[in-house]
Design a protein around this ligand. Structure first.
Ligand SMILES: C[S@@+](CC[C@H](N)C(=O)[O-])C[C@H]1O[C@@H](n2cnc3c(N)ncnc32)[C@H](O)[C@@H]1O
Length: 181
């Protein structure tokens, strides 16, 4: 298993929703407001997890179509239960090799995913490939080196005080690319 994914388990949708999903649901609407896309477009969400951003797209942007992909069957099952909307298709897939027609999407978005993908450039190239000319591609990750998520930071501050060797498990060490620039 790749170094960057060693500690990440993406199967237990219920646990994820309690742990991070509640924060995902808060960040998705401001991201959409910031992008400010038109209504009625063809969307792809890469790494949809339990469906936080998909739900916000459906509620706020009235898409013509929404394809939401994730490699985790456990998360996809939870996403289908969380977001029972006929406009969205939740499908198994990998950001690095999207089973999506080239030039077929107006909006290609991804939430809190890219730091977990070993081939980020491949994933970004795939997002560009499936985008139509003039489409928008947008993603976000937590700014881990800049402070990250407060509750995670508090956990790791306590953990590394007890066991200094745990420092290499902290998100700012594992995901140094997650900076504003
Ligand atoms: C922190 S969760 C974010 C989930 C969701 N987007 C959200 O905002 O709550 C990271 C997600 O990335 C997905 N993921 C990991 N590797 C991936 C890959 N190679 N391609 C697509 N998604 C991936 C995981 O299955 C998981 O759902």
């Amino acid at each position: 298993m790749a170094e960057g994914t060693r500690h990440d388990a993406w199967q237990a949708g219920d646990s994820y929703d309690l742990y991070m999903g509640r924060w995902s649901r808060q960040i998705a609407p401001p991201f959409l407001d910031w992008l400010d896309p038109a209504e009625g477009l063809d969307w792809l969400e890469v790494g949809c997890g339990t469906g936080a951003l998909s739900a916000a797209i459906l509620a706020r942007r009235n898409p013509t179509s929404l394809m939401s992909i994730d490699p985790s069957e456990g998360f996809l099952a939870k996403a289908r239960a969380n977001v029972p909307d006929k406009r969205v298709e939740f499908l198994a897939g990998d950001a690095q090799a999207l089973a999506v027609e080239s030039g077929s999407k107006d909006m290609v978005v991804s939430a809190l995913v890219l730091n977990f993908v070993p081939g980020k450039q491949k994933a970004l190239a795939e997002m560009r490939r499936v985008a139509r000319p003039g489409a928008t591609i947008g993603f976000y990750v937590w700014d881990y080196p800049g402070g990250g998520v407060e509750f995670m930071r508090a956990f790791w501050t306590a953990a590394t005080a007890l066991d200094p060797a745990a420092i290499d498990l902290t998100e700012d060490r594992r995901f140094p690319f997650c900076k504003m620039d």
